[in-house]
Write a protein that binds this ligand. Structure first.
Ligand SMILES: N[C@@H](CCC(=O)N[C@@H](CS)C(=O)NCC(=O)O)C(=O)O
Length: 98
C-alpha cells in the first residue's frame, strides 16, 4: 500500500498521530495536545487537577508510547531500532504484556 504523504508534508512532519492544528499552529504528541486543549478551550479540564493523578496520566502515556512504538517497529519490519532491551521489540512486547 502506498503511503500518504500529505499529512507528513502539510500537517505534521513527524508523521504521527495525533496532531492538532489550531490557529495555523500544529501541536503534536498526545500529552501536549491535551495540555493545549486545556489551556486554550473552555470546559472541564481533560487532565486531572490532582498532581499525583496527573503524574499517573503521564506514566500511562509514556507506557503507551513504548508499547505502540514496539508494535510499529515490529509491523514495519524495520528491526528493533531504539529498543535496546533484550529480545528486541518482540521481547519488549512480551515484557509489557506478561
Ligand atoms: N508520543 C506520541 C506518539 C504518537 C505515536 O506514536 N502515534 C502512532 C500511532 S498511535 C503513530 O502515528 N505512528 C506512526 C509511525 O510511527 O510511523 C504521542 O503520544 O502522541
Amino acid at each position: 500500500m502506498e503511503e500518504a504523504h500529505w499529512y507528513k508534508e502539510k500537517v505534521y512532519p513527524e508523521n504521527k498521530v495525533p496532531a492538532l492544528e489550531h490557529n495555523n499552529v500544529v501541536i503534536g504528541d498526545s500529552l501536549d495536545v491535551v495540555k493545549y486543549i486545556d489551556n486554550n478551550f473552555e470546559g472541564p479540564s481533560l487532565l486531572p487537577n490532582d498532581p499525583a493523578k496527573r503524574e499517573f496520566v503521564e506514566e500511562l502515556l509514556a507506557y503507551t508510547d513504548k508499547f505502540v512504538g514496539a508494535v510499529y517497529a515490529r509491523l514495519q519490519g524495520g528491526g528493533d531500532a531504539g529498543f535496546e532491551r533484550k529480545g528486541g521489540s518482540v521481547g519488549f512486547l512480551d515484557q509489557l504484556l506478561y
